[in-house]
Design a protein around this ligand. Structure first.
Ligand SMILES: O=C(O)[C@H](O)[C@@H](O)[C@H](O)[C@H](O)COP(=O)(O)O
Length: 239
């Protein structure tokens, strides 16, 4: 398992580079006769990445790719806060993804308390491992609605947790745990801009030795084959 850092000159080159790496990987998996399993997320750079992939879909049969979400806001299914609606609009609909292969997390109109919704969400995860998990990171080092100091979430041995008082609105969220996110060949963290530079340094170049995943949750998910931090120069400025 390797951990590496790839730095692009700016946000546009960053999303182009990650998009090309994604389409190359998914095409290679399909060439082996497998259906790729991809985990999506929300956040500004990830949503821009989705648009770039949709504009440059590569040699991938997107109707034969399975999708899940690493986290989702637990709000009404039509709320603009939903990560999955943005991904559907920017990525999945333009690429012709198969609705049967898109695993939409539960929403509040299911009527379930958030804890039950987390269990329902996890029941929809595959028996096998993922191929690519693509995550953003907040300026505080959170990823996937896994926030600093939330030991019960970050170190959970479950596949998914309910986040009940997120410091970033909306308060209720569903998160795939680092334990489950790490059941993936590749974990990619994508970060852009000076606002992420301090968190990138905390994750990758700590001043005081090793990084505590409870303090910097973005370091917790690790790919079985590789973990890659895709950064632009601004995000990498303090490395
Ligand atoms: O619900 C969320 O907030 C996102 O899923 C979150 O994990 C996101 O990826 C980071 O917060 C980065 O977001 P920005 O790139 O917009 O800062």
């Amino acid at each position: 398992m390797t951990i590496s850092v790839e730095v692009s000159p700016d946000a546009a080159r960053l999303t182009e580079t990650v998009a090309a790496a994604l389409t190359e990987r998914l095409a290679a998996i399909q060439a082996e006769g497998r259906t790729p399993r991809v985990v999506l997320a929300g956040g500004s750079i990830i949503e821009e990445l989705h648009r770039v992939v949709a504009a440059a879909p590569g040699d991938v049969d997107w109707s034969r790719v399975e999708f899940w979400w690493g986290d989702e806001r637990y709000v009404d299914s039509w709320s603009p806060d939903r990560n999955c609606l943005a991904a559907q609009r920017d990525l999945l609909t333009p690429l012709g993804a198969s609705p049967d292969l898109v695993h939409v997390p539960p929403a509040t109109d299911s009527g379930q308390p958030v804890q039950d919704a987390a269990a329902t969400y996890a029941q929809d995860f595959p028996a096998g491992d993922f191929d690519v998990v693509m995550l953003g990171m907040g300026p505080d080092g959170h990823t996937c609605s896994l926030f600093p100091g939330r030991e019960d979430d970050v170190l959970s041995t479950l596949d998914a947790v309910a986040v009940v008082d997120s410091p970033k609105p909306p308060a209720l969220r569903l998160s795939m745990t680092p334990a489950r996110l790490s059941r993936s060949s590749l974990v990619w963290l994508v970060a852009s801009g000076t606002g992420k530079a301090e968190a990138v340094r905390a994750a990758l170049a700590p001043t005081g030795g090793s990084v505590d995943p409870v303090e910097v949750p973005a370091v917790a998910p690790r790919g079985a084959e590789a973990t890659i931090w895709w950064l632009d120069e601004d995000a990498a400025a303090l490395l």
